[in-house]
Design a binder for this molecule. Structure first.
Ligand SMILES: CC(=O)N[C@H]1[C@@H](OP(=O)(O)O)O[C@H](CO)[C@@H](O)[C@@H]1O
Ligand SMILES: [Mg+2]
Length: 546
């Protein structure tokens, strides 16, 4: 044990912390300019090793900054079942990250003591990285941290974030969830996809075709890898594959969602289905242009609706009574919530932003469909629900329709990545649903109409002055801000607006929706001004959108 600490001391000198630098484990781990992250990575290697000893299971560490610029990087920890690391340990991550060089051992020993960790336990850590130029050396720093504390690391190299979550879950369930290899991942997903679509006759090449914007990131590489398996049942045209463009630059799911326009680098013909991944392939959005050249976005809300409709129909056909719910955040378009609740009669929950909150809420249902509006989401099936479905699929005494539906539910379970939102898995499920329902993207889009909306950012001196309640839908501080928002919202029809400090960027986010785009833009702008004035805005006043 003594020698482990000496090793940490020695090794940490090679990954020194810049004095005074303070970073926080936020919504999606640590995320900032890559140059500031070497010590963080080393220390997260240390922490993952402790977490592995504590849980007696394999822990994952993913090096990525998702949709953020190529110059940035980040790191997130994955718990044994493939879920985000538990909040207490996020706190340890922050403590460890911010300990000055000379205090590192004390901070480390503090965690060991608080958690009563047996340092003689084995420790295993799976490490993955995205395609950023800084990712190679940063993931090496993670592995240096693991080995300094006597843990074993396995380097998966270039993988998507959801692939690494999947590996961790497979490993800790001893293969019950699948094989902990990239090959195992593809084979599980594509077999389920082929099973789902095999009964659909006469699909034309047009129906099988999908354009994918890989955001010049890891998702593009992985789509290429998987393509061969799909046996032409899905014919992908891949754009922004990383061969020339810059990661996430004018492309990718976040760009398309926030800008509400097509990415650069994608050839689009009217009516053709297109989708965009983000930089670590845990988000997906769909879109198309119509014959008038107008752009239509099908975001996480539309995806959640499509999947919920499909599952509800299958449950009815299979004749099983399982409690299904949908989980959204305040960013969900009001029309989607109304459609799910009123038309589909599905229970809808609203949580704070951040996948861990949605994931947690979705676990309350037999079948929980959760999606952030930005396209991050998946479906969770309770163990009981999986068992009921499996029994039904194998039951010799039920009619063909019920059996067919039960088998489809089974294949849906297999195609989806239940550990975390997964662009590739979600894409396969969506493509299968559209094929089975014989639906075009236009038909999908017309299930309900989005309310026009706008997202803006405001820079303030300290975004922590904004405190929110009611799943971030109301600002409780600073004084007067919520009143100001309320009186602005009243001036527009079908309007809603809220503000919250971002957990990944040093900004306050403003969201507004209303009956017309002009009203949504105007409301978002006026709320931005209120934030600027009441919450310590810096730089120039927010300008009216042109
Ligand atoms: C409005 C929005 O899209 N916010 C995103 C963004 O979080 P912020 O806390 O809003 O910066 O990044 C998170 C991590 O990727 C994602 O979970 C979340 O949905
Ligand atoms: Mg991402």
């Amino acid at each position: 044990m003594m020698s482990q600490f000496q090793e940490v001391l020695k090794q940490s000198g090679l990954h020194p912390k810049p004095a005074g630098l303070v970073l926080q484990y936020g919504t999606a781990g640590f995320r900032t300019n890559a140059k500031k992250l070497d010590h963080i990575m080393f220390r997260m290697g240390l922490l993952a090793t402790l977490r592995s000893r504590k849980t007696k299971a394999t822990i994952g560490v993913m090096v990525t900054a998702s949709h953020n610029p190529e110059e940035d990087n980040g790191v997130k920890l994955i718990d044994p079942m493939g879920e985000m690391v538990t909040p207490t340990w996020e706190g340890y991550a922050t403590q460890l990250a911010n300990a000055e060089q000379e205090d590192l051992l004390t901070a480390l020993k503090d965690v060991i003591e608080k958690e009563a960790i047996d340092m003689s336990q084995e420790a295993d850590v799976f490490v993955g990285k995205d395609t950023r130029s800084s990712s190679a050396s940063l993931s090496q720093a993670v592995m240096d941290g693991v080995s300094a504390l006597g843990g074993h690391s396995k380097d998966y190299g270039l993988v998507t974030t959801p692939q690494l979550h999947y590996m961790v879950c497979c490993q800790n369930t001893k293969g019950k969830y699948g094989d902990a290899t990239v090959e195992g991942y593809y084979s599980k997903l594509y077999q389920a996809f082929i099973q789902l679509t095999k009964s659909v006759l006469n699909r034309t090449d047009d129906q099988k075709h999908l354009s994918v914007d890989g955001a010049n990131g890891i998702g593009a590489l992985k789509v290429r890898e998987m393509e061969a398996h799909l046996k032409k049942e899905l014919q992908i045209s891949l754009f922004n594959d990383g061969s020339k463009g810059k990661l996430n630059h004018q492309c990718g799911a976040d760009f398309v969602k926030v800008q509400q326009k097509p990415p650069t680098g994608v050839e689009m013909n009217p009516g053709e289905r297109c989708c965009s991944f983000d930089g670590d392939a845990d988000r997906i959005v769909y879109y198309f242009i119509d014959s008038e050249g107008q752009f239509h976005l099908l975001d996480g809300d539309k995806i959640a609706t499509l999947i919920s409709t499909f599952l509800k129909e299958l449950l009815t056909q299979a004749g099983v009574d399982l409690k299904m719910g949908a989980v959204q955040t305040a960013y969900a378009n009001g029309s989607s919530t109304r459609y799910l609740e009123d038309t589909m009669q599905v229970i809808v929950r609203c949580t704070k932003t951040g996948v861990k909150h949605l994931h947690h809420a979705a676990q309350e249902f037999d079948i929980g469909v959760y999606f952030e509006a930005n396209g991050h989401g998946t479906v969770l099936f309770s163990k009981a629900a999986e068992e009921i479905i499996q029994h039904l699929a194998e039951d010799a005494n039920i009619n063909d329709e019920r059996k067919r539906a039960a088998r489809m539910l089974q294949n849906t379970i297999n195609v989806i990545n239940q550990t975390v939102g997964d662009a590739i898995a979600d894409m396969l499920l969506i493509e299968a649903i559209l094929a089975i329902k014989g639906m075009t993207i236009q038909q999908w889009d017309s299930i309900y109409s989005d309310l026009p909306n706008r997202q803006l950012k405001v820079k303030v001196a300290d975004r922590r002055v904004i405190d929110t309640a009611d799943a971030e839908r109301r600002a409780v501080s600073p004084a007067g801000l919520q009143d100001a928002i309320d009186s602005l919202v009243k001036k527009y029809r079908k309007a809603r607006s809220f503000v919250r400090p971002s957990g990944t960027e040093d900004v306050v986010r403003v969201y507004a929706e209303a009956e017309t785009q002009e009203s949504a833009d105007d409301l978002a702008h006026k709320v931005s001004l209120a934030v600027y004035r009441l919450a310590g805005g810096v730089g120039g006043e927010p300008k009216q959108l042109l």
